[in-house]
Design a binder for this molecule. Structure first.
Ligand SMILES: Nc1ncnc2c1ncn2[C@@H]1O[C@H](COP(=O)(O)OP(=O)(O)OP(=O)(O)O)[C@@H](O)[C@H]1O
Length: 269
């Protein structure tokens, strides 16, 4: 058996062993080619948008490099345990679990291969997710070991790629997409973040980070562009304050964009 076949066999057996996800209909992994593009911000607001469509939604923060969902949702409590299973914390109608809520979270940045794999498997399999229409997973950025381990471990996952308009970001996104495709994970589409800024003095959007990165990738990789999210003060400050935009003001202009992305996801899953 070739090493590639062996790798795929391990991959498939790992997927089958995650019985804790039996009642989860869809796993939506939010990924990015590099850090800081707003992946967590989008994962949180998209999870809330899906919940706003009447779906039962869980949010799993699997970012081993820096789990930031607890900050974005102002979560301080440790999750309870029930018969050795972890009970996710409920916030804004979402069932939430984060590496940052586990006791060993302070060590997250030194986690390596097998430890990451075990932690992720625990978060996926040992959490009482119950019945969910969607489990939104905030992946670590890039294509390093943790992302591969997670990609291998998540059953039935579909991937949503977050990008920004800059040319330099695109090569990283291409690499990440190749990696997910190698593990047969379906990529449902792209979302471009920080696409433009409305300054209030003119009705013209200002394209601070350039133009067309998302469209270019969408054409090149034959993936739908599911939405373009503006650089918006309320999106940034909402995350910092622990009250994401979709919890604070879902009817705002930016909120309508997240709602539309949520509906596009529903249409394509
Ligand atoms: N559309 C936006 N408008 C305003 N601020 C934003 C927007 N998207 C993200 N931000 C801000 O940019 C910063 C980085 O966002 P975020 O943490 O979501 O990125 P990330 O890609 O998940 O980063 P990491 O690689 O660290 O996981 C945060 O301070 C966030 O509030």
């Amino acid at each position: 058996m070739s090493s590639e076949q062996k790798e795929k066999q391990t991959f498939n057996s790992r997927r089958e062993s995650l019985l804790g996800l039996e009642k989860v209909k869809q796993v939506l992994a939010v990924a990015s080619g590099k850090g800081g593009v707003g992946k967590t911000t989008l994962a949180v607001n998209i999870a809330l948008a899906l919940a706003g469509e009447g779906k039962q939604v869980g949010l799993l923060d699997a970012d081993v490099y820096g789990p930031s969902v607890p900050v974005m949702l102002a979560l301080k409590e440790e999750p309870a345990r029930e018969n050795k299973m972890i009970v996710p914390v409920c916030k804004y109608g979402l069932k939430v679990m984060s590496l940052g809520m586990l006791a060993e979270a302070g060590q997250a940045f030194i986690w390596r291969g097998p430890m990451v794999g075990r932690a992720i498997q625990q978060l996926l399999g040992d959490v009482l997710w119950g019945e969910l229409d969607f489990l939104v997973v905030d992946l670590p950025p890039g294509t390093g070991d943790p992302s591969i381990t997670i990609a291998q471990s998540i059953p039935k996952a579909k991937v949503l790629m977050v990008t920004t308009p800059q040319g330099v970001a695109l090569a990283d996104v291409r690499r990440a997409i190749q990696m997910f495709r190698r593990y047969d994970l379906e990529i449902i589409g792209l979302v471009e973040n920080m696409s433009y800024f409305m300054c209030g003095h003119t009705s013209e959007p200002i394209e601070i980070f350039g133009h067309g990165g998302g469209e270019l990738l969408s054409e090149e990789l034959d993936l739908p562009l599911l939405g373009s999210v503006p650089l918006d003060l309320a999106i940034g400050t909402g995350g910092d304050a622990g009250v994401p935009l979709m919890a604070a003001d879902a009817d705002s202009e930016a909120g309508q964009i997240f709602k539309a992305i949520g509906r596009s996801i529903l249409a394509s899953t």
